[in-house]
Write a protein that binds this ligand. Structure first.
Ligand SMILES: CC(C)(COP(=O)(O)OP(=O)(O)OC[C@H]1O[C@@H](n2cnc3c(N)ncnc32)[C@H](O)[C@@H]1OP(=O)(O)O)[C@@H](O)C(=O)NCCC(=O)NCCS
Length: 330
């Protein structure tokens, strides 16, 4: 079947009910609400209960997306999950979500792209659909960053949080709408800027002594990540606009990765967009890794800021380092 176009049919999301404010963090580490707001733009974030994992979160977001698309799970051909915080390392989180959805055999696999993972998943789905292998994909991001956060490290614990988002992606007839351009890059030489010690992996198999050390938490060189984030998101802006032959002033809304308001503002400035044309929710959710973009997309759509025909630019960056961009006409 010829490829017409690849479209996001619906977006769903799920966030934990539990809100953790900056005031609460003031009681945990040496920080202040003022510092956090000024340096990051974050005011509060959502934290999942201990017994709620990424399979549960991703499943709920996926269900929401399927309901909005008015599709049964059996219509799904592929489940692609982005997560940096799987409940378990084997099998893929996508397989556990497949079992919950009972699709009847959709291919299910994970993408390890850190915060860029959901745009990677979207682009993989685009490729599978364009090559005629599948018709419908579920692209899910489910992240429980609170589980890998060192709650004694003020440089990271104020930033990260938990959420899940999902989109139904489908082949559609060409009418100028759909995904117009995709861009993906990485630079493994910068891996140490944002990483976890490999506890439980093949290089450091789990043993009781290692677990007792409890040093499998996320570690970050914040300032260096900041610089690379701005550079790579701006590069992604240029790349997708050039691919699609679209000018900056045609963009209706920028939906960027929500890591830090200053990074978002710098990217918006580069893209020539006033902040009124940028979806920001980092103040309410913090950095939920690859879940930030689908959650932001969901909110922007619900708020009427993304209409049918809107030109939407999404850009992201994350551990790896990885970065990506997608341009679509809704
Ligand atoms: C982490 C980040 C907010 C720090 O902001 P910054 O302006 O770069 O701050 P610096 O790292 O220069 O630190 C300034 C000071 O604040 C201190 N500080 C760090 N975290 C703090 C906190 N939560 N509360 C109070 N002070 C803090 C530092 O220790 C440092 O103190 P010093 O000058 O005595 O050494 C910022 O670098 C950032 O957002 N980086 C990108 C991180 C990111 O997006 N990661 C996710 C990638 S997907």
């Amino acid at each position: 079947m010829p490829t017409d176009t690849v479209r996001l049919v619906s977006v769903g999301m799920w966030t934990p009910a539990r809100v953790m404010t900056n005031a609460e963090l003031e009681g945990m580490v040496d920080t202040t609400d003022e510092w956090i707001v000024e340096r990051t733009g974050i005011r509060e974030r959502r934290i999942a209960d201990d017994d709620v994992g990424v399979v549960e979160m991703g499943y709920r977001a996926a269900q929401d997306a399927l309901e909005r698309a008015r599709l049964e799970p059996s219509a799904v051909d592929a489940i692609i999950v982005s997560t940096a915080t799987p409940d378990r390392l084997l099998p893929a989180t996508a397989c556990d979500i497949e079992a919950r959805l009972a699709t009847g055999g959709a291919v299910a696999f994970d993408v390890w792209g850190a915060c860029s993972g959901w745009l990677y998943a979207l682009n993989i789905a685009r490729g599978l659909i364009a090559s005629g292998q599948i018709e419908t994909a579920l692209c899910i991001a489910s992240e429980k960053m609170s589980a890998i956060t060192d709650w004694t490290d003020r440089a990271t614990c104020v930033l990260f949080a938990d959420a899940a988002g999902a989109a139904v992606v489908q082949r559609a007839e060409e009418d100028g709408r759909g995904i117009l351009a995709s861009y993906m890059r990485s630079d493994g030489a910068l891996a140490e800027l944002l990483h976890r010690r490999p506890i439980g992996s093949s290089s450091v198999p789990v043993d009781v002594a290692e677990l007792a050390v409890r040093d499998g938490h996320l570690r970050m060189a914040g300032r260096e990540v900041f610089k690379n984030a701005v550079r790579s998101m701006c590069e992604a802006v240029d790349a997708v606009l050039e691919q699609a032959g679209v000018a900056k002033d045609e963009i209706d809304i920028l939906v960027p990765h929500q890591a830090n308001i200053r990074i978002i503002e710098a990217t918006a400035k580069y893209a020539g967009l006033p902040m009124e044309r940028v979806w920001v929710n980092v103040d309410r959710y913090g950095n939920t890794s690859s879940a930030t973009i689908p959650v932001a997309l969901y909110e922007a759509r619900e708020a009427g800021r993304i209409q049918d025909g809107s030109l939407v630019l999404m850009v992201t960056f994350g551990a790896g380092l990885t970065w990506a961009g997608t341009l679509l006409r809704w």
